[in-house]
Design a protein around this ligand. Structure first.
Ligand SMILES: Nc1ncnc2c1ncn2[C@@H]1O[C@H](COP(=O)(O)OP(=O)(O)O)[C@@H](O)[C@H]1O
Ligand SMILES: [Mg+2]
Length: 332
């Protein structure tokens, strides 16, 4: 398989000095479903903007569909579809008109547009509301229309910037179905950014995890989780500041423990035999007068992969509860 995106030592520094993309390299293969997973402010949108020729890189190189992002921007725009993070739907137009307008932008023939628009309305299940103004659509419907808009000119490569952020779980899984269909049945290469771990895990064949402008891990979801190599035990202490160091000393001596790191909960322990170990941890901390507030364990998730590399968790669930958090800058 050939590479459809190549990125080497890419850097983007904004005018105010913010280094949003800090020397990243990766490739995406033709036909692949590739993910960029990272918290708010990680540099995902900036990367997409460089690859879709909306922003000029500071240094490094990038090619999309064999074209250089700087020298051959026009050629790239013809073969890619882009769904940006902010919805671009025109509320004054109907769903159908939004799509038709896009076809005209791409200088498609009227008859061709008509047929394509019908196909897309069907794909994203908006046929029944096609003649209604888009301003009356729900958030999920707007995102679906936006996705269809990016597909009008039959791009072979689709860039999706957080296509499901802020949507309820059902709307999210509906979009997942369309995306899988586009990738599997139509062979469209997809580059998707997300803050949702389960989304990256479910959809992406390969992904990179990005944090503060740097790639901290890359691989298939299975490889990445395997790399954690152990179950993860979250230990929350009532008085974390006071007891953390002592608790770590105690847990460190227990058999089966492969790694202990500081976390937002307090301590995260990686171990092969988590189920068994929990009882030992509870007992040992109790006899040392360290008060626990909770202990939980799970098989490794992509969140544990992120945690292992950054010491923090991605809290995409916060976004659903408080969508305004979407517009914040860097976390912490
Ligand atoms: N136009 C801009 N000017 C200056 N800084 C910016 C601009 N856009 C984004 N940033 C900053 O660059 C970093 C990466 O942002 P972004 O690429 O939007 O992250 P993500 O999409 O992963 O949330 C953040 O610190 C953000 O505040
Ligand atoms: Mg973004």
């Amino acid at each position: 398989m050939s590479d459809i995106i190549t990125v080497k030592d890419l850097v983007l520094v904004y005018g105010d000095g913010t280094k949003a993309v800090d020397n990243i390299s990766f490739t995406v293969q033709d036909g692949e479903f590739f993910g960029f997973l990272g918290p708010n402010g990680a540099g995902k949108s900036t990367t997409i903007k460089v690859l879709t020729t909306l922003l000029r890189k500071t240094s490094g190189s990038a090619t999309v569909a064999g074209y250089d992002v700087e020298k051959e921007a026009g050629a790239i725009r013809k073969v890619i579809g882009v769904q940006s993070q902010e919805t671009t739907v025109d509320g004054d137009l109907t769903g159908r008109e939004n799509l038709e307008l896009q076809g005209h932008f791409h200088q498609m023939k009227t008859s061709e547009i008509k047929q394509r628009v019908n196909e897309l309305l069907k794909l994203v299940e908006l046929e029944s509301v096609a003649e209604k103004r888009a301003r009356n659509y729900s958030g999920g419907m707007k995102k679906r229309l936006d996705l269809a808009t990016a597909l009008v000119h039959k791009p072979k490569l689709l860039f999706l910037d957080e296509p499901t952020t802020g949507l309820d779980p059902q709307s999210r899984s509906t979009i997942w179905t369309y995306l899988q269909k586009l990738n599997k049945e139509d062979g469209i290469t997809i580059f998707l950014t997300t803050q949702y771990l389960e989304e990256a895990d479910k959809l992406c064949k390969r992904l990179s995890i990005i944090d503060f402008g740097k790639i901290v891990a890359s691989g298939s979801p299975t490889e990445l989780k395997h790399e954690v190599g152990a179950d993860s035990i979250r230990v929350a202490l009532e008085n974390c500041d006071k007891d953390r160091a002592k608790a770590k000393e105690i847990i460190k001596t227990m058999s089966g423990v492969s790694e202990i790191i500081d976390s937002e909960d307090c301590i995260n322990v990686y171990a092969k035999n988590a189920g068994q170990l929990i009882a030992d941890i509870v007992r040992a901390l109790d006899s040392s007068d360290i008060r626990l507030s909770s202990v939980t364990f799970s098989s490794p998730s992509l969140d544990d992969v992120f945690m292992k590399h950054t010491g923090r968790r991605i809290r995409a669930e916060d976004l659903v509860k408080a969508p305004s958090a979407m517009f914040g800058g860097r976390r912490r």
